[in-house]
Design a protein around this ligand. Structure first.
Ligand code: ADP
Length: 605
């Protein structure tokens, strides 16, 4: 039985019509295969050369539906470049290969695999033609035309016809391919333009406010208008937990699902992939196409898998938010329901967005620190002005009184006895004023890190004793209410005497101020490698939430109405002890009192 193509010209004219019917690449390939299997073959295969010169099988067809599965299996066997009578040979030489009757010699020459050989037998091939597909004077691929009709052989005329079809089909396939490439380029350009527009809109939003959580929520909302069906922002909070600060979905009803999934399975820092991994590594993740296998691997239970499947995820990108060289959060972009598939251009855009968002977060953080500092400074200035004015007013009053008294005295020679008292009180206020001014000076030294120490050999027992003496001279009741337990052994170190005096003085003053008039215990001891000074009162105590803060500048745990003060004594004391390589800690119970412990290393720091 032969393929009777009586009117070859008519066939070719019909072929041209079919081949120019569509610009769709896949349709064109299918049309070529159909044209051949309808008219001159039992089977047809099309291979095209890619940019690396590799033959890629792009279509196959069988005229008999029964054999379609078998010919499809040929996709698993790419052509062998070493086959001296195969399609690579055709592509190189531009010459058709024509096998009148398939025989053992050809099979040996073809060096095809056992699997392929099995298919060749299954298809019962007996005669075939490999004909070049030509366009713009170049071979772009090869058509394989196969007959399985018993006793039939293609003729030289069939080869000529196949070559002619190869010319026409080559042009049609090439045109469709160029059209597809142009379409893809257009799509890519459109996506780029969307990305660009999105980035510039996002930047405007990011610079619009200094409240970064609101800003990030707005970025998420903007994302679902342009590039995602779903966008979530996660931030590592101060407790090291991952907190979802924003989530937006194109379908608002589904935000609930996203939250449910999060509740069902909170993100754990130990998760091997996803938000946790991006937070850990600082590297973005992209899943261009989320497969069911990925969901099955990710789900920890059947319910979770159901929830995940319900989301109909298509594509996912997770990018890091970085501030101060640390990854502080992530932005996740997700498309669903066979929507857009993210590629590397999208990832670059998302990373750029995250960079800009990171800057906005950093700005917001710096702004709030600056705001806090300004507020604190203003508070401090008003309290400081008040504190400085009080002793000065008293000094002036006493001096005025002393002045008038001296004048009167000079007139009457009486009233002498009051003068020393007035001058003493002025001196006391003068000392207070000088301490305040010294403290202020120390604050600026401590802040700038210019606190220098003048170290000498110091006996801590003796030093505390001296401070207590000065103290009891200044405060009459101090002598009675302080119990000093000196260490049995001498506690000697290499420290700055004046600075340590300042620390002890500050702590004892506080113990008096906040000690509700109850006795105070002072203790000096030595432990391995360190000297300890403990100052214990039975006063108002400190709330647990304030215990860390009181060592910060201007931080106070009491109201200025109840207790006067600037909130700088502990800050300075802390800085001095730190400069010695030690630290101060505090134990306290509200209403029962506080114990401050100064720890100083005995070895020179
Ligand atoms: P100031 O006493 O001027 O406020 P400090 O820096 O010396 O400044 O102390 C900071 C805060 O620490 C105080 O406002 C107070 O709340 C708390 N504090 C310090 N010492 C004690 C103490 N012995 N008992 C209770 N609270 C104290």
């Amino acid at each position: 039985m032969a393929y009777l193509i009586k009117d070859r010209l008519r066939f070719l004219a019909g072929a041209s019509k079919i081949l120019s019917a569509s610009l769709d690449y896949n349709v064109t390939l299918a049309n070529v295969a159909k044209l051949i299997t309808d008219n001159m073959a039992d089977f047809c295969m099309i291979d095209l050369l890619d940019e690396n010169g590799i033959m890629i099988r792009v279509a196959s067809r069988s005229s008999s539906p029964k054999k379609r599965e078998l010919i499809k299996r040929m996709f698993n066997f790419p052509a062998n470049p070493r086959n001296k009578e195969g399609i690579y040979y055709v592509a190189q030489t531009r010459k058709s290969v024509f096998v009148r009757n398939l025989d053992l010699k050809w099979l040996r020459l073809a060096t095809i695999s056992a699997g392929e050989r099995e298919i060749v037998h299954g298809l019962e091939m007996n005669s075939f033609i490999f004909s070049p597909l030509i366009s713009r004077d170049k071979v772009i691929g090869v058509i394989t035309i196969i007959s399985s009709k018993e006793g039939f052989s293609y003729t030289d005329d069939d080869v000529l016809l196949a070559e002619e079809i190869g010319n026409r089909a080559g042009i049609a396939v090439d045109k469709a391919r160029l059209y597809q490439e142009a379409q893809e380029a257009l799509e890519a350009e459109k996506a780029l333009a969307t990305n660009f527009e999105f980035l510039s809109d996002a930047s405007k939003i990011l610079s619009s406010s200094l409240d970064y959580k609101t800003t990030l929520a707005n970025v998420a909302k903007l994302s679902i208008l342009h590039i995602a069906d779903w966008c979530g922002v996660d931030i590592l909070n101060d407790d090291g937990e991952i907190e979802q600060v924003a989530v937006a979905h194109r379908d608002p009803a589904k935000v609930k699902w996203a939250k449910e999934l999060r509740k069902h399975r909170p993100v754990k820092m130990s998760d091997p992939t996803g938000v946790a991994n991006v937070l850990r590594t600082g590297k973005a993740e992209i899943y261009s196409l989320v497969t069911d296998a990925m969901l099955t691997a990710a789900a920890e239970s059947k319910e979770e898998l159901k929830l995940l499947r319900n989301l109909h995820l298509t594509s996912v990108m997770i990018v890091p938010l970085v501030a101060d060289k640390k990854t502080i959060g992530t932005i996740s972009f997700i498309t669903t329901n066979a929507g857009r598939q993210y590629d590397n251009d999208d990832l670059r855009m998302a990373e750029e967005l995250a960079n800009r968002a990171s800057l906005a977060i950093e700005n917001a953080r710096l702004y709030s620190i600056a705001q806090d500092a300004i507020t604190k400074r203003e508070e401090f200035m008003s309290i400081a002005a008040h504190e400085l004015r009080t002793p000065l007013t008293i000094i002036l009053l006493h001096l005025q009184k002393a002045n008038t008294d001296i004048k009167k005295l000079m007139e009457k020679h009486t009233g002498m006895e009051k003068i020393p008292d007035l001058l003493e009180r002025s001196e006391k206020q003068g000392l207070r004023l000088s301490k305040l001014i010294n403290d202020l000076l120390d604050v600026s030294l401590g802040n700038s890190g210019r606190l220098t120490l003048e170290k000498e050999r110091v006996d801590l027992n003796a030093l505390v004793e001296e401070v207590l003496q000065v103290f009891s001279i200044q405060m009459k009741k101090a002598k009675k209410s302080i119990v000093f337990n000196r260490s049995g052994d001498p506690v000697i170190g290499h420290w700055d005497r004046i600075r340590l005096e300042q620390v002890i003085l500050n702590l004892i003053s506080n113990a008096f101020k906040y000690g509700k008039g109850k006795p105070i215990d002072v203790l000096v001891t030595k432990k391995t490698g360190e000297a300890l000074i403990k100052i214990k009162d039975k006063g108002i105590g400190i709330k647990p939430e304030n215990r860390k803060g009181i060592f910060e500048l201007f931080k106070r745990g009491v109201s200025s109405n109840d207790y006067k003060g600037l909130g700088i004594g502990l800050y300075i004391s802390g800085k001095i002890v730190e400069a010695h390589g030690g630290w101060i800690d505090v134990e306290s119970k509200v209403g029962a009192g506080s114990t401050f412990t100064v720890r100083l290393p005995l070895k020179s720091h």
